[in-house]
Design a protein around this ligand. Structure first.
Ligand code: SF4
Length: 414
């Protein structure tokens, strides 16, 4: 009998601290929802979290709940519940899984965190359509369900260069959020605290960037699959000291790995870049599949999306407007091509995986020839994986495996 190959994927110790951070975050929200002693704002993952925090709200991000529905593989059975009330199977499977979970009264939070029944009830919901229109529809559904106000920012799309005109218009919309937030929260905006919060968010962003940039080392101390869970603090904790503390610890560990030339994947032979959403229900399977082929998928557009280098504590409204409009997902294909090309060079990769997620066209960048153009410009081959972030009915594991193996063979031949 052939001896089974032992795959070594090195665990990150600081992931334990991140886990504790997430637990505290959810318990704090749950306590506030039960006692009513703090107001809760729901926010989209790249929404104006700094302002909400500075105005005294605890901030809950439904997309992290949807990602948990995906990674626990609960999502696929819940999506049809939302389809049945009129939300198409073709739209965002974060939205449909999350609304399905609400309709069924289930949540992974109750299994992961003892004593928590589910997401905290919102006092207000605040979106930014910078990532997609689905988030607005999603929040408006909950606004009706909870009879809570829904406010938001309508952003530009397909932006080539972010100009002062874009920034001024978005900054104006963020300022317009203040009055309804003061009415719901009962707290006036304290500009000093707002500046401090934006400063902490910038610090978190800078550290998160440094963490992700360590993957440029050869071998890389980090994988994309690690990044999708380590990014939790950047998503839900930006604007807090606790998130900063977590990333300082993580960064120190990764720097030590780099110094010792310790790769996250033993025998790193090929290095790949991932564009698009993760397949949450297959994170571990994909991580294992690539490691078995001595491949490290080490960097991604997705994890980099929580880097907001424009944030400036001295100019909070305008800098938030710039940061949340410069986001990759908001930009034109011309900008995206340039950005991905730079990343391929920076991370010294051998090829690219594009995940074409059926229910998220916003994060699927290979549909209009971008992957071919980048291949032509860089000479780096690519593979498109057809799948989805949450709906496992849209994924063929066999086909993915066959295609990935053939792609790696192609790299070997090269
Ligand atoms: S960006 Fe994609 S995955 Fe995220 S909320 Fe919008 S449609 Fe859903």
């Amino acid at each position: 009998m052939a001896e089974e190959k032992k795959i070594v994927r090195k665990k990150i110790k600081a992931a334990g601290d991140l886990g504790k951070f997430m637990a505290k975050y959810y318990y704090e929200l749950d306590a506030a929802a039960k006692t009513g002693d703090r107001k809760i704002a729901w926010c989209t993952s790249v929404g104006p979290a700094e302002l909400l925090r500075a105005m005294g709200f605890l901030v809950y991000f439904p997309e992290t709940h949807s990602a948990m529905l995906g990674s626990t593989r609960m999502a696929t059975d819940l999506i049809p519940k939302a389809n049945a009330i009129g939300y198409s199977p073709d739209i965002c499977s974060y939205l449909t899984a999350d609304i399905g979970a609400y309709l069924e009264g289930v949540s992974p939070l109750s299994t992961i965190f003892k004593g928590i029944d589910g997401p905290p009830r919102p006092d207000i919901l605040v979106y930014n359509t910078n990532q997609c229109r689905d988030v607005q529809d999603w929040f408006e559904w909950y606004g009706r369900a909870y009879k809570a106000p829904v406010i938001g920012v309508q952003t530009y799309r397909n932006v080539k260069e972010v100009t002062p005109v874009h920034a001024a218009a978005i900054a104006g919309q963020i300022k317009d959020l203040v009055k309804p937030l003061e009415e719901v929260g009962g707290v006036a905006l304290d500009m000093d605290f707002f500046k401090e919060t934006v400063g902490l968010s910038r610090r978190c962003s800078d550290l998160w960037k440094e963490v992700l940039d360590t993957a440029a080392a050869m071998p890389s101390p980090l994988t994309f699959f690690d990044g999708t869970t380590l990014m939790g603090a950047a998503v839900v904790g930006r604007g807090t000291q606790k998130a900063v503390d977590c990333y300082e610890i993580l960064l120190a560990e990764l720097k030590e790995r780099v110094a010792n030339k310790e790769g996250a994947v033993e025998n790193e032979k090929f290095r790949l870049y991932w564009d698009g959403m993760p397949v949450w229900g297959r994170l571990s399977a994909h991580s294992k599949m690539f490691a078995e082929l001595n491949v490290n998928v080490l960097a991604s557009t997705y994890c980099n999306s929580w880097i907001f280098s424009d944030l400036d504590s001295e100019d909070p409204f305008n800098s938030m407007a710039r940061a949340y409009t410069k986001l990759f997902i908001v930009r034109s294909d011309e900008h995206k091509e340039k950005y991905i090309t730079e990343m391929l060079d920076f991370f010294k990769v051998d090829g690219v995986i594009y995940h074409d997620a059926k229910t998220c066209p916003n994060n699927s960048n290979s549909r209009y020839g971008l992957s071919q153009r980048i291949e032509k410009a860089t000479g780096l081959p690519f593979l498109t994986i057809n799948g989805d972030l949450n709906d496992l009915r849209l994924i063929s594991d066999e086909q993915t495996k066959t295609n990935v193996e053939a792609f790696i063979e192609q790299l070997e031949e090269k």
